[in-house]
Design a binder for this molecule. Sequence first.
Ligand code: MGD
Ligand code: MGD
Ligand code: MO
Length: 718
Amino acid sequence: MSTLPASPAHRCATSPSGDRDEGLRVVRAACPHDCPDTCAMLVSVRDGVAVQLRGDPQHPTTGGALCTKVSRYLERTYHPERVLQPLRRIGPKGSGQFEPVSWDQALEHIASRLRELAEVDAESILPYSYAGTMGFVQGESMAARFFHRLGASLLDRTICASAGAEGLRQVLGGLVGMDVEQFAHSRVIVIWGSNSITSNLHFWSLAQQARRAGATLVCIDPWRNETARRCHLHLQLRPGTDAALAWGLMGELVRKDWLDHDYIQRHILGFEALREHALQWSAERAAEVCGLEPEQVRELARLLGSTRAAGIRVNYGLQRVRGGGNAVRAIACLPALTGAWREPAGGLLLSSSGHFAVAREALERPDLLGARRPRTINMSTIGDALLHPGGGGFGPRIDALVVYNSNPAVVAPESAKVLQGLRREDLFTVVLEHFRTDTADHADYVLPATTQLEHLDVLKSYGHRYWVANEPAIAPVGQARPNSAIFRELAARMGFDEPCFGDSDETIAAQALAEDPRNAGLDFATLRRQGWGKLAVPDAPFAEGGFPTASGRCQFVYPPDAQAGPEALPQVILPHECAQTQPELATRYPLAMLSPPARNFLNSSFVNVESLRGGESGPQLLVHPRDAAARELRDGQEVRCFNDRGEILARCRISEDTREGQVITLGLWWRKLSPDGRSVNDLTHQQLTDLGGGPCFYDCLVEVRGATQAAAGARAGA
Ligand SMILES: Nc1nc2c(c(=O)[nH]1)N[C@H]1C(S)=C(S)[C@@H](COP(=O)(O)OP(=O)(O)OC[C@H]3O[C@@H](n4cnc5c(=O)[nH]c(N)nc54)[C@H](O)[C@@H]3O)O[C@H]1N2
Ligand SMILES: Nc1nc2c(c(=O)[nH]1)N[C@H]1C(S)=C(S)[C@@H](COP(=O)(O)OP(=O)(O)OC[C@H]3O[C@@H](n4cnc5c(=O)[nH]c(N)nc54)[C@H](O)[C@@H]3O)O[C@H]1N2
Ligand SMILES: [Mo]
């Protein structure tokens, strides 16, 4: 048992060696990163310096273990390249030339520029943020209040999950599903569109427990990644064909009558329409679309149809293609057909975030807009929005961009346009950051932000059911300030005098937890003491139906209408870029490119941590042996991967882990830390998903050539 007393900061503690250490303080923290695991952490502090960081052994899903990257969080916090004071641009846009200025000068100038713009039209100002930290205090609270009060354009935060979220909402009613801890008891686990060992490590530990107890593990992924290699079955389908696979499985379940008729009758809307349509999907037809063997489809249907405790772990990897929203819809129908929801260890989990009762209105204060209804700009098309004279179609041009918790110069699709936008000399850009990222290099002002060890916060999770509190462990490094403090200070300088702009971080953290039975009576004071607390949500939330949809049923059809026809069912929508939908493009660019997360990075975070960057050894491109042979590529050789939008250089890795006709490159390398100064989103496009307006990162055609061959070709052509 832990010897931690129940207070936020413990005056003395047991040192790692086990001795009582009077100078050591252990502080409860939460991993802030955009990851389903949201680990509870313990930080040891001596003389004001954080000396050790570890997973909380008491927290059930963290289980005392952190991933490789977050166990290097001290290296990141004390990194010699942290931005330690406010910086003002002195060179051309994007040159990364800055001079230090005082906080007072920086904030005064920023406030006066924003005031000037707001006097003409506040919608010319755009916040740009995502999940650099998932905390409510340093995320959308004081910042949201500030932009609402200002009347700035609203940002649609679509860059990661909006297609899947909308798909799931249509079927289940929200981001709800299995308790991840129950996967330990599943008999069949299907890992669908996720490299769990990389991106959901603590779920993988639970899947391992299940496997040791005899469970069958199945992976559905176009890449034979490290997770797929460790599963019993791997269905290595063509990217963007998941909906067809789900229909093939439904066809089998219906034909073989592996259905829970009682559950269907009581808790499903639209079964008749689905049944008829499913009968048109033979295993052969699905296999043909997906590039699989029919027997693989039948085998998986048999597993799902014969196992109640079958848990499907879907992750966001499969919804970054045109049909991503409908793919999630189709998959989400499966556990209702077989009655798997009756079991705590059966059903599906994409995200647990909808189980948390969050007081969003109290945090974000949309009421500060008053009667104003500013336009909304989709963050996934920021490149077009910055370049459009009407800021993306309607309203004024974007004249000011305030970036926090995000790195759009690397993470947003079609970088050439994003960079061209960021390089506009008439765009006023403020970036709140820990580091001089590629985005920060384009700022007029860079403001130094605190890391998780330096500020207070409270977090929910999208992978488990615990609220987690984060206590500051150390004083801010250099002159860094929390995002919340920066927006509070800007609000004061703008003359915003509503009382909510005076709320302290403690007050905001307390506001985050809504009064709601799901929060199990938890409040921030309790969380601070305990570190974390679990929601009161049933182990098997839909054992008796009760889906949070309009109809209260699991909705196979949308909009929900008992008479709906096939058009209301989940659709099979092929990628924007593939041989079927764009045959001409596919003759020039025949290879589908995937760019999923690298194990040692978190999107573009941690790329500048040397010990982690070393582990990834430069941008690599996985090429199938037959594709390599056709292009006379050698393993280890430098290659150009390109299309009409751009090109990147990478080291060729010839491997059967990818499909023929498909190349894979991992992670989001900083441009300035890549040998060629480029990044993979130079190649991706800004077309959106079927639902939710999400980006299509894994729906992208390219061609590959040896780097030297290409140069020779260019000379010959000249
Ligand atoms: N180490 C690490 N952990 C991370 C992240 C990271 O960058 N690094 N990112 C975090 C973030 S932001 C998120 S959103 C989460 C989830 O992150 P996700 O981006 O969902 O990451 P993965 O779960 O690894 O899913 C990617 C997998 O989807 C597969 N895939 C690609 N296209 C398709 C397809 O069409 N169909 C199917 N079935 N599979 C496909 C890829 O081959 C890859 O194996 O993870 C988080 N965790
Ligand atoms: N090609 C391709 N592109 C992708 C993906 C892909 O798989 N392939 N994945 C997509 C996905 S799933 C996502 S979620 C997005 C992620 O996109 P982003 O949310 O932009 O994620 P990061 O790259 O981690 O950048 C977060 C930045 O926030 C900063 N930060 C962290 N904490 C704080 C803080 O407290 N205050 C301030 N001011 N800054 C902070 C970090 O230093 C970091 O630079 O990228 C997307 N882009
Ligand atoms: Mo994400």
